[in-house]
Design a protein around this ligand. Structure first.
Ligand code: SOE
Length: 403
């Protein structure tokens, strides 16, 4: 089955010499380092600037990452006319203002998820990006695992049949202890929802991408298992464990959820459920889905990303080991290595940036309906689901998702 979208993308990638693109990063934390390395793997993208909360920190990180220009104020980075594209990699509360300023300055933008604090802000960003005519991407990297792409191709090819059930989890334990602390814990800094917005949106994006079905209604139950946490009096980076003396902590009341269970109704009639939780001992980044159709079942977990289980009735079940030579062409080209050679989380960033920057490098115009990468519109749809889940948790009723 040849489709127009397939040809276009191949045409993009197949064009050989790619025009150089110059990028500036706002935020040099753990995700900033990952973005810098993945961008450099493309070969035609130069990371020429980094901005951080002050000049001293910006200089230190830029030096460590060999980035030539360091800014203690992100607005100066946005003013740099040599920069074609900006990545917004800061805590969620800054996503809206910084993405807005970059878009209004005519920069292409990649913003980390969630796109902003609520669907009101995300709707505004979609409008502004459209008006500015810039390229925009929301960094839902999880859909860029090769076998997640393969799952989508199998659904499109009818190998799973009509989808009945879409269920799964995203479980972590980096916030398991009461003295595990991070800016995401406070609604003012991370948004009203934490577990569902921070990690649930990855899962929503991935299963909607695979099945082509949108979440249309939710019934949500959320819990803050640790209502008071011990905040270290010193700054703590994401995933960093600190063992300080009791006097080095202060008690902070937590106003975001550690856990969300969200029952789901999808546009194509499928039903589903997501459990998102950040206090599950032993679960590190356990993003997992099972999709049950009228022909077969697909099951996959991000902690073992190079294996997918296929369930069948009346035939033996199977294990699909990542193998570009037997994958669908539109999935195989996201493999960077042959069969059985593992590809992981860091490779998903190279893949999403390759889709985005091959479009920019070839001078394509933004088209949210054709773009092969998640866009600000995707980010808005995700926050619309989160806002509906927050409302449902309050009302104790099913809530329609207002896109
Ligand atoms: C923290 O929960 C976090 O860094 C998320 O913010 C990322 O999106 C996820 O990929 C890993 O965990």
């Amino acid at each position: 089955m040849k489709n127009k979208k397939f040809d276009l993308i191949n045409a993009e990638r197949g064009k050989g010499h790619m025009k150089k693109v110059r990028v500036g990063l706002i935020g040099g934390g753990f995700i900033g380092k990952i973005h810098a390395e993945a961008l450099r793997r493309l070969g035609y993208v130069d990371v020429i600037a980094l901005a951080e909360v002050n000049q001293k920190i910006a200089d230190a990180i830029a030096d460590k990452l060999s980035i030539p220009n360091a800014y203690g104020d992100y607005r100066d980075l946005i003013k740099n006319s040599d920069i074609d594209s900006v990545h917004v990699l800061t805590p969620n509360q800054f996503h809206y203002p910084m993405s807005r300023e970059a878009v209004e300055a005519g920069k292409h933008v990649i913003t980390e998820k969630p796109l902003a604090m609520n669907s009101k802000e995300t709707a505004e960003l979609v409008k502004l990006a459209k008006r500015a005519g810039v390229m925009h991407c929301l960094c839902h990297n999880m859909r860029y695992y090769p076998l997640v792409k393969q799952a989508r191709e199998m659904v499109k090819a009818g190998e799973v049949g009509d989808i009945r059930l879409i269920h799964g989890q995203y479980l972590q334990d980096w916030l398991f202890l009461e003295n595990d602390y991070n800016w995401r814990l406070l609604a003012d800094e991370g948004g009203k929802s934490r577990a569902v917005a921070d990690i649930g949106t990855h899962w929503f994006d991935m299963v909607q991408y695979i099945t082509g079905q949108r979440v249309v209604a939710v019934f949500a139950d959320m819990t803050t298992f640790i209502p008071v946490r011990k905040k270290p009096k010193v700054e703590v980076a994401t995933y960093t464990v600190q063992d300080l003396r009791p006097e080095d902590y202060e008690d902070v009341r937590i106003d975001t959820e550690d856990h969300g269970t969200v029952l789901l109704k999808f546009s194509g009639g499928a039903k589903g459920v997501l459990v998102a939780c950040q206090v599950c001992a032993g679960r590190k980044n356990h993003i997992h889905f099972e999709i049950n159709g009228t022909k077969s079942t697909l099951e996959w977990c991000g902690e073992k990303p190079n294996y997918m289980w296929i369930g069948r009735r009346g035939a033996v079940n199977g294990e699909f080991i990542k193998n570009p030579s037997i994958m669908a062409p539109d999935a195989a080209r996201y493999c960077g290595a042959p069969c059985g050679l593992g590809e992981g989380y860091l490779d998903t960033f190279k893949n999403i940036f390759s889709d985005f920057y091959s479009w920019i490098s070839n001078g394509r115009k933004m088209d949210i309906d054709v773009a092969p990468f998640p866009t600000y519109q995707t980010g808005h749809e995700e926050l619309s689901i989160v806002d509906a889940a927050l409302k449902s948790h309050e009302t104790g009723k099913w809530e329609q998702v207002k896109y």
